[in-house]
Design a protein around this ligand. Sequence first.
Ligand code: ATP
Ligand code: MG
Length: 427
Amino acid sequence: MNSEQKLQAIRGMNDILPADIAYWQHLENTTRTLFAEYGFQEIRVPIVEHTSLFKRSIGEMTDIVEKEMYTFDDRSGDSLTLRPEATAGLVRAMISNGLLHNQRQKVWTSGPMFRHERPQKGRYRQFHQIDVEAFGFAGPDLDAELILMTARLWQRLGLKRLVLNINSLGTPEARQNYREILRNYFKAHIDQLDEDSLRRLEGNPLRILDTKNPAMATLVAQAPVLTDYLDAESATHFKTLCHHLDAVGVPYVVNPRLVRGLDYYSRTVFEWVTTELGAQDAVCSGGRYDGLVAQLGGEPTPAMGWALGEERIINLMQAQGVTVVPNQAEVYVVLVGEQAEAQGLALVERLRNELTACRIETNCGGGSFKSQLKRADKSGARYAVIVGESEAAQQMAAIKDLRSESEQQVVTWAMLGATLGQRLTAK
Ligand code: ATP
Ligand code: MG
């Protein structure tokens, strides 16, 4: 970079600033608690994997692999890729750590994902997902529980009006049959296919259904639907899933057009959508991928997972007026004069010992009484603890309620912690 160039972040990659962080932390704390309640353990895996892992799992003919991956050769000449999604890396980790031998695993992870897409609101090149996966469960009860967990999450976050779309993609064998039918349909309308679709026609015509090209919307809408070609076992699996959702009272829409953008899914797929974020309407999506573990060299293991987009969830929280109280200071300690400054830090450390978890900000760097009080007010704290020249000389402090006009209370340093503790819990 030339030194005259303006310093800026990479397009589509955002700084998340302190002003917004309360939403992020609230979302992440809420999911962490929820996942523990459902028996899921956290797992953390690298952001970079071998490129071949993503090609083999996500599928060569998907948008992600064809045009969205950040791929580079490292200094040893290995082709590496910044993860565009979490599932592939998690499956790799399960296999390479031997976690699937006769074991069932329920795990979650979170962090940045990378896709070279056209940046716009709700669509970024570095974005963040919270991701949940369950390994070793073949039945539809697991599918239902994974979805119920998302429904409970929206409730905890105070999100409203999200719509759940579900569908079954059947087994790979049943899909093979449908693929032929679909190919014939698109071949009969070959003059209406765009460039991407022409390329996918032979290799994977199902991908054409996932097109975002509005010019092809009618053609896709009139295509034969997979649901009509489901195998019997998948049909039963799907019916049982629906029963479970009905029993809990979680509404859903069966959407036979829902195919999802990755190749590895089988049977259940789902997506939560909103009409309140414009074109970027999917906030959370997932599905079953019973064949992927074996396909990547592990013991055959049924699996299912989902991921939510943190940016989109937070945008929606803000659009729906969900407020999150930021972690502001509760107490601000004003220290005026040499003696107060000299003894102030020790005083505050003693306070911290007494008031566990209390958010106390100490005025560092001096300043006049007036300017320190201004900072105290700006910090959001409820109380200022004021130690000036005369207070310091007598080992006293004044407690000032910054949010009401009440009288200051003057107490000894020995009584400061107990008094503040009482006033903070009483408010
Ligand atoms: P879309 O149809 O919007 O491209 P997708 O089907 O590609 O989404 P998934 O791969 O299923 O998305 O990822 C799960 C979630 O991650 C999405 O539901 C969405 O909330 C979020 N997400 C996906 N791509 C992006 C992106 N580029 N920027 C921000 N969030 C994203
Ligand atoms: Mg996408």
